[in-house]
Design a protein around this ligand. Structure first.
Ligand SMILES: NC(=O)C1=CN([C@@H]2O[C@H](COP(=O)(O)OP(=O)(O)OC[C@H]3O[C@@H](n4cnc5c(N)ncnc54)[C@H](O)[C@@H]3O)[C@@H](O)[C@H]2O)C=CC1
Ligand SMILES: O=C(O)[C@@H]1CCC=N1
Length: 297
């Protein structure tokens, strides 16, 4: 049998089991922007059973009205209701904080005395430390910091999670299960979370930038926008799938494309001479410096 042939299930492998729904406690999601909504999509999957509707807050009434039409969601707008966040967190066991980093402290001060005494507060905010969260929240409240990414929308997020000083193993396991609804989870110490953010948190943007650049090159070579998108998007999606399915390293797969003395060799040489690998080191260093600025407030 070759690697490419599908494996046939043996008699002992389950083939017809319906997965039991994942049960999660009551959840409030504060901030329904790009990231908040991406996580919400995972929590609303049919395989997930959240205790009660998910309480979702954001600023605008128009977005809240749109969210309110989603089954399984109760939406609140802070522009309409100054108590929206406090009402959303009252009775919630898990509180996801998904507002911009610069808004976190004000939000924590706003909700602190409305939280359940044993709530688990989960941050997705870049840069903002566990210490800042813990300083602004009651002592019984557990904090877990996380860094997801937007492929959560398609169930393919990679999320880093770090325990706070007050979070138990059960709290961390709960947050893991929550983020597993939108992809895979990597546990790291908080000291590594900003670095992780520069790789996987921001990573989708780097990939989209490469796609934009290659698309521009295709258009410059005379392809229509539609043709360029088909060529480039298909190439990125196919290459990513090949990487996952083959189990080979990116280096092995690149070498397979790069025929000795062929065309790819010339192109790759141009990219390497221009310092592409070093550029990624510089880019992620810049992102890390920005995370530290955000931590400083
Ligand atoms: N966009 C991304 O790829 C990622 C973002 N993050 C983090 O997620 C957080 C949100 O980022 P985005 O979703 O990109 O921003 P965004 O601007 O799209 O969303 C922020 C949301 O917060 C809402 N909001 C603002 N003030 C509020 C308040 N007082 N109460 C309730 N809601 C309020 C806004 O209405 C908006 O819907 C940030 O802390 C960011 O660091 C983390 C990982 C990836
Ligand atoms: O750009 C940002 O600050 C957030 C964190 C990682 C991705 N987006």
């Amino acid at each position: 049998m070759t690697d490419a042939e599908p494996t046939v299930p043996t008699a002992t492998e389950p083939t017809d089991q319906v997965p039991s729904p994942l049960a999660l406690p009551t959840i409030a999601l504060l901030g329904a922007g790009s990231m908040g909504r991406a996580i919400l999509s995972g929590l609303l999957a049919p395989t997930v059973e959240v205790d009660g509707p998910i309480r979702v807050t954001n600023r605008s009434a128009a977005k809240a009205a749109e969210l309110a039409g989603t089954p399984g969601v109760t939406a609140f707008a802070t522009d309409d209701d100054a108590e929206a966040n406090r009402r959303a967190v009252a009775g919630a066991h898990v509180v996801l904080v998904a507002v911009k980093p610069s808004m976190v402290v004000d939000l924590l001060d706003e909700i602190a005395d409305a939280l359940e005494p044993d709530a688990v507060v989960v941050s997705v905010a870049a840069g903002v430390t566990v210490a800042t969260f813990e300083e602004h929240l009651p002592s019984g409240v557990s904090v877990v910091r996380s860094m997801p990414n937007t492929p959560a929308v398609v169930g393919r997020a990679v999320t880093g999670v770090s325990a706070g000083t007050r979070s138990s193993d059960d709290d961390l396991a709960l947050v893991r299960r929550l983020f597993e609804t939108v992809g895979t989870v990597v546990e790291v110490p908080e000291s590594q979370l900003d670095a992780l953010s520069t790789i996987s948190g921001s990573g989708p943007a780097y990939v989209f930038l490469l796609i934009e650049a290659l698309t521009e090159a295709a258009v410059q070579k005379g392809f229509t926008d539609a043709q360029a998108a088909e060529l480039v998007n298909g190439t990125f999606a196919g290459a990513a799938e090949l990487l996952v399915a083959s189990g080979k390293t990116p280096t092995e797969l690149r070498i397979q494309v790069t025929s000795p003395k062929g065309t790819t060799e010339r192109a790759v040489a141009v990219l390497q001479e221009a310092g592409l690998p070093e550029l990624f080191v510089r880019a992620t260093d810049a992102a890390l410096a920005r995370a530290r600025e955000l931590a400083a407030g």
